[in-house]
Design a protein around this ligand. Sequence first.
Ligand code: SAH
Ligand code: SF4
Length: 387
Amino acid sequence: MCNSTDTKPTLIGLSRDELARVFAALGVPERAQAMRVAQLWNWIYARGATDFQQMTVLSKDLRASLAESWSLARPEIVTEQISTDGTRKWLLRLMPDKPGADGPLVETVYIPETRRGTLCISSQVGCTLTCPFCHTGTQKLVRNLSPQEITGQIMVARDRVGDWPEAQAEDATGLPDAERKITNIVLMGMGEPLYNFAHVRDAMAIASASDGLAYSKRRITLSTSGVVPEIPRWGGEANTMLAVSLHAVRDELRDKLVPINRKWPIAELLAACRNYPSLSNARRITFEYVMLKGVNDTLGDAKELVRLLAGIPAKINLIPFNPWPGAPYQCSAWEQIEKFAEVVNRAGYASPVRSPRGRDIMAACGQLKSASVKTRASKRRAEAAAP
Ligand code: SAH
Ligand code: SF4
């Protein structure tokens, strides 16, 4: 059984070329490599195999030599929390960077609805950007996740919600009433995915390959704070759906809320959005707008938002601010969010308020931060409070 405590490197997240090299090293002749890779991908991504022994299509010897040096390990689950609304959050431990060290931690969140389920995955441990309303931005330790670690989050989630043929979840609380439990993937967890471009691209190639995890690109959404030069590149090389964290309609305020705006201001960001490939009414960019009390939530802001987005096939997602300990902001009053939404609705954007999910387990947008860091912070607070 290959499990997360396995110390052998995992084959999950390796590209077809890399797997061909694995087979070559095991003595599989070149002409047979592509077929072997296809068989392996099928077992890993269509059937969710966790053990080479299951892969009866490979010879016994080949299975044994694969198992000698490789594993099918997913990231280790440190904790699994299930919210009263069915949202699940996993704290995952990655392989350590140095032998003997503790592996870094990331969070992955699953949001079930009646007929669909969205998996929110992380692209980095922490984030180098420092949007002051975002909990992840306060985390010091930052590193990019590898394609294995990004793909591994999807695998672990599918294991836990029983989203493989003939599999069943250990705990079915709140799961959608549909055959597929995870129908959508969003890169909206920890980190700025466009600052880890190649690894996120390679992992999404596996997520979207028809003989890989087989999610249509229309069901994969990358959220960016606005790394403008990488937007056309992402359009060219991955072309998934795009979400943009706008959060303010004037540069002066956006410079503070989304500091990357000082480098690439609103006009440049929107120009990149306008040019994003194959936009249409059926394929729109989502603009995310966090509702911060007394900061960006006037009706004047709402009108300006609608004016700015004119001509871009767009959806607007109003996100009630999710609080976290020590956050310097408050969520706008509900009536204010409704009035803001009304202006946006009147301009033709439908049902834009994202209902907060999993707040009781700190799984909502912007609340993610590795528990190890949280524990240290709470220890510091406790020490500071001590007489
Ligand atoms: N770094 C990327 C993706 C991760 S953040 C980005 O910034 O887009 C995913 C979304 O959650 C972003 O729109 C982000 O602005 C939003 N967010 C961050 N902190 C939040 C909070 N405390 N409440 C609500 N939304 C938040
Ligand atoms: Fe990073 Fe996104 Fe959080 Fe900003 S909102 S700090 S870019 S994760």
